[in-house]
Design a protein around this ligand. Structure first.
Ligand code: ATP
Ligand code: MG
Length: 570
């Protein structure tokens, strides 16, 4: 193989299948080499990480091939939609690092869609059905059994036109009439069995108010909206595969009835959804968690929403890296949440400043250290990145260490503090525990130790080997903090898929543990909302936006232990 051919082959291999389609379209000069995509959320909830996968595809493709990507709100069901959702969706897309060329709304096309529906009725290709939803469903048949015609299927065109107007003027009650496309009640594709294309909704719309009472269904609005906008590649998830023939059918009808003889037409392509273990990913279920107060809002750090992940301390880069790793295929999969956690750990390892925080403090008194002395110890901000420099941490006679870093009767393998044993205090001295004090309940309340002045980090003597290194903060020079330890929201791998139990019964009761009496080093007074840190030996944390100066609040993004690497290296 020639060098040139080999590099073409390699390029093809690194493309995902949709990029390969786009490159093929470009090389064939299809649609005059125009690449236009859209991200089409329904503003009925906050975006979740599944949407991020679609966003990276829609915006990423346009960016890579010099095309355009528009944001289109698919607002065809006013009962569930709200401007709050519109605003949050915009914020989340921007946070992921993308911007749209234009913002459109499916409701911008209500007039055009209406006109198209009228053309269909006039051409004898659509009719008003006045049966109940149950009757229509019964006549639908099954994939192996043909459906039966509605008694209204062949009603006069004039009657349908008149009723369509009445539907929209609010003269008919919800559920009493629908507009159906007259296609084929025997089709093997159930979507072709006279699909409903308009229904009556009397709830006011967040943009068009009460102007419309007849609303187009998804299958009638989506493809046509793509066409009106000039979308070339309409990307969606695999559950829309069976809808694609109907998508094409309506585009054909629209081009035909409006005498559009151009070569332009949008095409739909489908990729696999993002599904994650230990969480749910449907907006309906996420809305239930929020409205039933099972979590603290859409941006609860346990939620798989973009706003939840942001508040939890995830970075846009970590989400991009995760999505790159799982890739785009034509096969459904359940992705391991450990891979997402691995991605944020990897990113924060390079970016997060190392600081000291003691989550469950117990006092440690260095009895041979002068009472009023304060020594500023140098702490490296990030060993992975020298450019991040150092900061100072105050060392004093009275310190806090973690309760579980001390044990009264410690086994040999306990490489932390115990009576008569030595440990190093990170960035400071080697100390030896001399005694400890208990309260009446038997809890250790104070630990006493002596330090060796020759062992300060950086001194020649400091090379003396001790088995453990503990983090600590100065009692006087630290700040009280609340630390929110988050864990997986559900206790089973696939809560949405359990047959026996409702997903809400499967919530992990320990998904949030609040540690109210933590002490953190003073440096953290400068922390900005959402800023990421590594609490040494514990994990990655960020400052919660609810934090106030005299009560700092930190969220655990992820612990230091990486269960994914273990799985991977098995
Ligand atoms: P949900 O099922 O959670 O309610 P949805 O599909 O109704 O989601 P939309 O707002 O209609 O939500 O989705 C906008 C776009 O995001 C669609 O193109 C959809 O295919 C895509 N999308 C939604 N969920 C996922 C997911 N889990 N993985 C990848 N893409 C997704
Ligand atoms: Mg949808």
């Amino acid at each position: 193989m020639s060098v040139e051919n080999r590099s073409i082959e390699e390029n093809k291999k690194s493309l995902n299948f949709i990029e390969a389609i786009v490159e093929d379209d470009l090389s064939e000069n299809r649609n005059d080499r125009k690449i236009q995509t859209r991200f089409p959320p329904e503003p009925n909830g906050y975006l979740h990480i599944g949407h991020a996968k679609a966003i990276c595809m829609d915006f990423g493709l346009a960016k890579k091939y010099g095309g355009t990507c528009n944001l289109r709100f698919d607002d065809t069901n006013p009962t569930k939609e709200d401007v709050e959702y519109v605003d949050s969706i915009m914020e989340d897309i921007r946070w992921l690092g993308y911007d749209w060329n234009n913002v459109y709304y499916a409701s911008d096309y209500f007039r055009q869609l209406w006109d198209f529906a009228v053309l269909l009725i006039k051409a004898g290709k659509a009719y008003i059905d006045e049966q109940s939803a149950e009757e229509i469903a019964q006549q639908k048949g099954t994939p192996t059994q043909a459906g039966t015609d509605s008694p209204f299927r062949n009603r006069p065109v004039e009657e349908s036109l008149d009723l369509f107007q009445k539907m929209n003027r609010g003269e008919l009650e919800e559920g009493t009439a629908v507009l159906r496309a007259k296609i084929d009640m025997t089709s093997s594709n159930m979507h072709f069995r006279d699909p409903i294309i308009y229904r009556i909704i009397k709830h006011p719309h967040h943009r068009t108010g009460t102007a419309w009472k007849a609303y187009p269904m998804y299958d009638f609005a989506h493809g046509q909206s793509d066409y009106f906008e000039g979308v070339t590649h309409s990307l969606c998830t695999l559950e829309f595969v069976p809808h694609r023939p109907l998508y094409d059918f309506f585009i054909d009808e629209l081009k035909c009835l409006t005498s559009d003889n151009s070569d332009y037409r949008p095409h739909q392509y489908e990729f696999n959804r993002l599904n994650l273990t230990y969480t749910v990913m449907s907006k309906r279920k996420l809305l239930q968690l929020v409205s039933e107060n099972l979590v603290n809002g859409w941006d609860d750090p346990r939620m798989p929403t973009i706003s939840g992940l942001r508040r939890r301390g995830y970075t846009p880069q970590s989400i991009h890296n995760f999505i790159d790793k799982i890739g785009y295929t034509k096969f459904e999969a359940l992705n391991d949440i450990a891979l997402l956690e691995h991605a944020v750990r990897e990113d924060l390892n390079m970016k997060a400043k190392r600081v000291s925080a003691v989550i469950d403090p117990v006092k440690l008194i260095i009895t041979n250290y002068p009472e009023e002395q304060v020594e500023m110890m140098e702490a490296v901000n990030n060993p992975e990145n020298e450019m991040m420099g150092t900061h100072q941490i105050a060392f004093t006679r009275e310190l806090y260490i973690e309760k579980d870093d001390f044990m009264e009767d410690a086994p040999n393998k306990f490489f932390r503090l115990a009576p008569d044993r030595e440990v190093r205090l990170k960035n400071a001295y080697i100390i030896k525990c001399t005694r400890f004090k208990k309260d009446t309940a038997g809890n250790v309340v104070e630990i006493y130790a002596e330090y060796d002045p020759q062992t300060k980090s950086g001194m020649p003597e400091s090379n003396r080997k001790v088995k453990g290194t503990l983090h600590w903060v100065s009692a006087k020079h630290s700040l009280p903090a609340e630390i929110r330890l988050y864990d997986r929201l559900f206790s089973v791998e696939n809560p949405g898929d359990e047959k026996e139990k409702d997903f809400r019964e499967l919530l992990n009761p320990d998904s949030l543990i609040i540690k109210a009496s933590a002490q953190v080093e003073k440096e953290l007074v400068h922390a900005k909302p959402l800023e990421n840190f590594q609490f040494q030996r514990i994990g990655y944390f960020n400052l919660d936006p609810d934090s106030v100066t005299d009560r700092l609040i930190f969220n655990r993004t992820v612990s230091l232990k990486d269960s994914w690497s273990k799985i991977k290296n098995k």
